[in-house]
Ligand binder design. Sequence first.
Ligand SMILES: Nc1ncnc2c1ncn2[C@@H]1O[C@H](COP(=O)(O)OP(=O)(O)O)[C@@H](O)[C@H]1O
Ligand SMILES: [Mg+2]
Length: 262
Amino acid sequence: MPAVPDEPIVSGELPAEAAGRPGAPLAELRHVSKRFGQGAVGAVDVTLGFPAGRMVALFGPSGSGKTTVLHMLGLLLPPDEGEIWLDGRRVDGLAEGASAAVRRRSLGFVFQSFGLVPLLTAEENVTVALRLLNIGGDRAREKARAALEVVDLGRRAGHRPAEMSGGEQQRVALARALVHSPKLLLADEPTGELDTATGAYVLDLLRRTARNGAAVVLATHDPAALEVVDTAYFMRDGTVHEPDRAELELWLTEGEGGLAGG
Ligand SMILES: Nc1ncnc2c1ncn2[C@@H]1O[C@H](COP(=O)(O)OP(=O)(O)O)[C@@H](O)[C@H]1O
Ligand SMILES: [Mg+2]
């Protein structure tokens, strides 16, 4: 596995304190709840802050609400109750056009299943994120190439997803998520389909993204993530708490029964 490069993944202006109130989190959920049909609970009165420059993990069993929280933060799913704030601005309840603009400009997404377009090359997949921002031509090509270099895939720019390993595809997905220097990066089980070494590399890239100023939120089952995140929360049945490390380690080593009744 190649070493993680030193150059910033998120280049340009850092968000952080300059953007909003000093010391305020870049993104916040305030008393957010979400229920689905048939009594399924996505989130119950969740209040969480995500600071710029920090990597935060949401651990928890399958069905505990991690994806629901990420989707609400990503303005992909409206909460039933509560508020979502980004960069000093309330962003829940925006009209679809305004909400899409926030997603394109300020957010980056990485999914377990990579989500690349099969017919496009790695470079074209990364360029899509720029096209949506009306950046095209040579400028888009240069930025896409640079982002692929950062994930050490410059030489694979012309390859399609089917010609790449899962780890390579996830690194392309990361390049796509980072090419526009998002303020908030949302990663949903990004190492779920990767082997240990590749997963560690991806976690390292996420950590570096946070160190370069983005707020990084990771939903995961991966014990390796515990070693790299700044803050770990634990979800169960749509509620969030801050576990102590022993509690988390127990859950991670014993599987989903470790916190039974918690
Ligand atoms: N679109 C949906 N429609 C109905 N129920 C859903 C939907 N999305 C999630 N749920 C339910 O909400 C709960 C939380 O799911 P999810 O956020 O996906 O959890 P996790 O990501 O932790 O596995 C589960 O009970 C799930 O079945
Ligand atoms: Mg999920």
